[in-house]
Design a protein around this ligand. Structure first.
Ligand SMILES: Nc1nc2c(ncn2[C@@H]2O[C@H](COP(=O)(O)OP(=O)(O)OP(=O)(O)O)[C@@H](O)[C@H]2O)c(=O)[nH]1
Ligand SMILES: [Zn+2]
Length: 356
């Protein structure tokens, strides 16, 4: 096995006794690592737990690492090599978002080349949301590509496609259908050997379906969603870095999926300083900029110093933000609930199982 297949570029010198590898899976504290000697199981060297300042320093799926190879047991990961791109999410450690004492950063995927921003062409289609993801994608260090899914569900996918292109002319946009294979060949230029892709997008947009289509087999269970409310359910297999027949890798971690819901508040703020600067000039500090007397926003709109389209885009983004936040807290609650169920069933097992 040549690790170059996995996108590895040699660093200057690997210290004696160590070999390099790429993390393909992470379950609790155990790692599956692809190395030149094949796939190995590994754990972190103890020093990690003492020296790592935050969880950012811990390896995650996609990372290139150096490890002490162990023929008869778990190998030991000693170093994480520098990352060229990464996605991280806030780690609320099981607390509700508002109550978490310390929100730590947790890295969920690294060393990818492309970020496929998936957005469904069904009724849920929303350019503003795509732009939010774009902000996130750009911050990650990967190259964004917008993919409009479920092209079979609309009469004219190219109208929406044009709408996206008009708003973000510098990013490639493709319309696809994972069921019929329509448009999939347009993705070939990105799907090169040794390259790595991550998918970013709301639950139910068709990430699993696209992965299955590209794998040319079902590796990820797709469950029916009700198109009415677009809520999808997925059962993730445990593999997290997939090797496509084309030699391209796709990283699909649970964390990456949650990221599809996380608030890109900062990104929005940074791109709307021209709008938010008016807020401090309103007479009331809690001004909602709707009909309040002395509202600087309304005045700026009236005299043209703030463009109406700009204001509407801002309001739309805020709206979307709220929706995403609600969905995020739903997920956090769900995670906490699952944890509790797991703990309870562990306890039940300890006590000799369910009484018949
Ligand atoms: N009509 C149509 N439906 C699709 C297409 N791709 C996916 N779907 C459907 O959309 C639903 C959700 O698809 P998934 O692939 O599970 O979506 P996901 O993004 O993985 O969702 P999560 O696992 O919740 O993150 C399923 O019912 C799919 O059959 C498509 O190209 N056309
Ligand atoms: Zn105001």
């Amino acid at each position: 096995m040549n690790l170059k297949t996995y996108g590895y570029t040699e660093i200057e010198a690997i210290p004696d006794g160590l070999i390099s590898g790429r993390v393909t899976e992470l379950r609790r504290e155990r790692f599956t690592v692809m190395t030149e000697r094949g796939e190995v199981m590994a754990v972190l060297k103890g020093a990690f737990y003492h020296s790592a300042e935050t969880r950012i320093d811990f390896p995650c799926v996609g990372d290139f690492v150096l490890l002490q190879y162990n023929e008869s047991g778990d190998s030991l990961i000693v170093t994480v090599l520098p990352r060229r791109s990464k996605f991280s999410r806030a780690d609320y450690s099981g607390h509700a978002a508002g109550y978490a004492k310390t929100v730590r950063e947790q890295v969920v995927a690294t060393n990818f080349d492309y970020v496929f921003i998936l957005s469904s062409l069904n009724w849920d289609f929303n350019v503003t949301r795509i732009m939010r993801y774009l902000t996130q994608a750009r911050q990650s260090g990967g190259q964004p590509v917008v993919i409009l899914t479920k092209a079979d569900l609309v009469e004219d996918p190219y109208r929406s496609l044009a709408e996206v292109t008009n708003n973000i002319p510098d990013v490639p946009v493709h319309a696809i259908c994972s069921h019929t294979g329509m448009g999939l060949n347009e993705l070939n230029p990105y799907l090169l050997p040794g390259k790595t892709v991550v998918f970013l997008g709301m639950s139910g947009v068709g990430k699993s379906s696209l992965l299955n289509a590209l794998m040319e087999q079902e590796v990820m269970k797709v469950q029916d969603i009700r198109e009415v409310d677009s809520r999808g359910r997925h059962t993730t297999t445990h593999r997290q870095l997939f090797m496509l027949p084309s030699g391209t890798m796709v990283i699909d971690t649970p964390g990456m999926r949650e990221l599809g819901l996380i608030d890109a508040d900062e990104g929005i703020r940074a791109s709307f300083t021209d709008v938010e600067k008016w807020f401090s000039l309103c007479r009331f500090t809690d001004c909602r900029h709707q009909a309040e007397p002395g509202c600087a926003v309304l005045a700026a709109l009236a005299d043209g110093s703030l463009l109406r389209e700009r204001w509407e885009l801002y309001v739309a983004q805020q709206h979307e933000n709220k929706y995403v936040q609600d969905k995020t807290s739903y997920l956090i609650d769900k995670r906490a609930r699952n944890k509790m169920i797991a703990m309870q069933s562990k306890q039940t097992k300890k006590n000799g199982g369910w009484k018949k």
